[in-house]
Design a protein around this ligand. Sequence first.
Ligand code: PRP
Ligand code: URA
Length: 207
Amino acid sequence: MALHIIDHPLVLHKLSIMRDKNTSTMKFRGLLEEIAMFMGYEITRDLPLTYEDIETPLMPMKAPKIAGKKVVIVPILRAGLGMVEGLMRLMPSARIGHIGLYRDEETCQPVFYYYKMPEHKDRLVLLTDPMLATGGSACDAIARLKADGYTQIRLLCLVASPQGVKVVQEQHPDVDIYLASLDEGLNDKNYILPGLGDAGDRIFGTK
Ligand code: PRP
Ligand code: URA
């Protein structure tokens, strides 16, 4: 399915500050939250509307409201957590699931440790992770969601490598991908170039 690049000037400006190695943890975290909110605006652009009767102080009208069930925001732990607040500001009543995965430092394969989802399989899932590098973690998370019965999944990342996008598109062609930037590639440790380093460490100040 489609690859959407949300290259709005405000998003790109904030992303450039995040990429700078001198940007503090506090600033990095705040910018990620803001960008996630901007991206949330685009990722929800095609949500269906329904029309309800209301009365303004002047007259009755058919007023548009979001139709259907609330969405489920699902961060891939840890770094995906940094995008949740921004999305929740747009969708305060969204449900939240969690998928715990970390990338083994030697093999770069995803290691699974946690899965908790609300019981709403018919809802749209917004899967968040700032980094799509080899694509292993995203593919693993999507496969787990599908095995659990979720059918509508959108992947929201900040920065991706072309390799990561290709892998997700090949393994999960039904999942739309939303990015702020498609970067140049990967280094010999499978870090995104130019990227922004280790997103989890930069969000949580663990290095
Ligand atoms: C990072 C990132 C993704 C994954 C991307 O997580 O947040 O989940 O690596 O790499 P991949 O596309 O090659 O799988 P990390 O393993 O560093 O865990 P953390 O978020 O807990 O720091
Ligand atoms: N995980 C990160 O946090 N950064 C990368 O560049 C690749 C994987």
